[in-house]
Design a protein around this ligand. Sequence first.
Ligand code: SF4
Length: 254
Amino acid sequence: MESLESELQRARDLSVSVLADAIESIGFECTRCGACCKAETCGGGEDGESGNSETDPHTATIFPDEIRTIQESGDYDFRDVARPMPYGLTEGDNGPEGETFEWALQTDDCGDCTFYEETTTDEGVQGACTVHEDRPLVCQTYPFSVALGGTSQPMGEAVDSAGPAVSGTEGTDEDESADSDGLVRAHECEGLGRDISRAEAEQLADALKERAIRELEEAIAVRDGYEPVETSPGEVVVHDSEGTKRPDGTPMNR
Ligand code: SF4
C-alpha cells in the first residue's frame, strides 16, 4: 500500500481537466432531494415493536478550519457546528466514550445535518442548506470522491466510476486511458446521470482535488501528532490535525 505521503503527491498531481472529464461522463445535477444531508431514516422506517424509526444519523467529515468558517458565518458555538465523529467510539455506561480522529457535521434530533432545512411547495419538498456558501468540501463535492488511498467514501461504496484506471500515473495529464474502475467514484444519488455543463464539472473537479489533498494532509498531521489518551468513563477526545481536543473543540493539555 502506498504511503499517505505518496498518495498526497498523487492528489497534488491530479489534473482538474481529467477529473472534470470523468464527472462529465458520469453526469450530475443536484435535485435538492436532501438525501445527502439527512439521516438514513427519520420518521419513516418501523422498528416493529414501538413503531418508532431506526435512524442512522448523518455523518459527514468537517475539517477544523471549516468548522471555524461556519462558526464565524453565523456566530455559532463550536458544538452547534460539529460533533466528534462516532466511528471508533464505544458505548459506555455514560454514553459514547474513547478516542476518535475526525469531526462530523452536527446533527439535529432526527439525525439530519443541523444546517438542513426543508420547504414544501406545490412541486413537492425541496431541501436547502442554510450555510450553502460555507458548506464543507465533502458537501461541495458530493456525490463524487477520488479513488486514492487515505481518502474517504461518503455515503458508502461507489455505485459508478469513470476516468483513468487507479494505478500508476492515473489522473495526471500523461494518462488519458479510461477504465470502469476509474479514478472518480460516484456514490448513491438520484442526480447522477444528468447533464452537467463543462464549467460546473470543472468547478466540481477543482473542489474534488482540493478535498483529496486536504483529507490526506489532515490524515498525515493526525498520524504524526497522535499521542494516545487514557480516557475516563464517558469521556470522548478528538485527535485532529491541530492536536487533541474535547468535544467542544477546546484543546486538551494533559
Ligand atoms: S452543511 Fe449543508 S450541504 Fe452539507 S450536509 Fe449540511 S445541509 Fe447538507
